[in-house]
Design a protein around this ligand. Structure first.
Ligand code: G3P
Length: 218
């Protein structure tokens, strides 16, 4: 499973890229708004230059014509920019046109298998089921990921699944077990994934033993 970072924060992206495990970045209007950056296009440009992989940037328009116009401008920034399109009828129309133009898309706000199938049939490069938001309203977000992965496999649909709205490390483990192609992860959760209490205890013990052995030799 590939790891994408779910953030629009340039420092978090720089830090995570140094770890050598981040294959892409996803943003959304809420994440971009948190950055207090008035120039969305220059932020997308900065991120797309930093990241050697797909960078999802979302359109704001809600009609297909407007979405396509925004998407074309965003796609012009760099080849690795992926256009995030909300899962609506207008969104599907836009995905169809963009896919025919060779522009990669990530259909977002996916909450059902039917929505995922439609997005794939329209030509989406990625679909993003939102696990955490489904869990929030009493549905099992992970079983949606499993269903999408299995149906896409059955019908040999090329669209890749991005497990999104990841809220804790168990979501990442279960997304990997479900066969999700990608999990997009907030920086804080990525840091939590690195930590294990027994690793820390183990390092402390190795260092203590080393120092003890050094002291007895002196
Ligand atoms: O990028 C979309 C998604 O990951 C948002 O997550 O936590 O706002 O539901 P969240």
């Amino acid at each position: 499973m590939q790891i994408f970072l779910d953030t629009a924060n340039v420092d978090e992206i720089r830090e995570s890229l140094e770890l050598g495990i981040v294959s892409g970045v996803t943003t959304n209007p809420s994440l971009v708004a948190k950055e207090n950056n008035n120039d969305f296009f220059s932020l997308v440009k900065t991120i797309s230059e930093l990241v050697p992989g797909p960078v999802s940037a979302e359109v704001i328009a809600i009609d297909a014509v407007g979405m396509i116009a925004e998407a074309e401008k965003l796609a012009d920034i760099s080849e690795n920019v992926v256009i995030k399109i909300p899962m609506t009828a207008e969104g599907l129309k836009a995905v169809r046109v963009l896919s025919l133009q060779g522009i990669n898309t990530n259909v977002t706000l996916v909450f059902s298998l039917n929505q995922a199938i439609l997005a794939a049939r329209a030509g989406a490069t990625y679909v993003s089921p939102f696990i955490g938001r489904l869990d929030d309203v009493g549905y099992d977000g992970m079983s949606l990921v499993k269903d999408i992965v299995s149906v896409f496999k059955t019908y040999e649909l090329k669209t890749q699944v991005i497990a999104a709205s990841v809220r804790h490390p168990m979501h990442v483990i279960n997304a990997a077990k479900a066969g999700s192609h990608i999990a997009t992860i907030p920086y804080k959760i990525l840091m939590q994934m690195i930590e294990h209490p027994i690793t820390t205890i183990g390092i402390d013990k190795f260092l203590a033993d080393w120092e003890k052995a050094k002291a007895t030799k002196e």
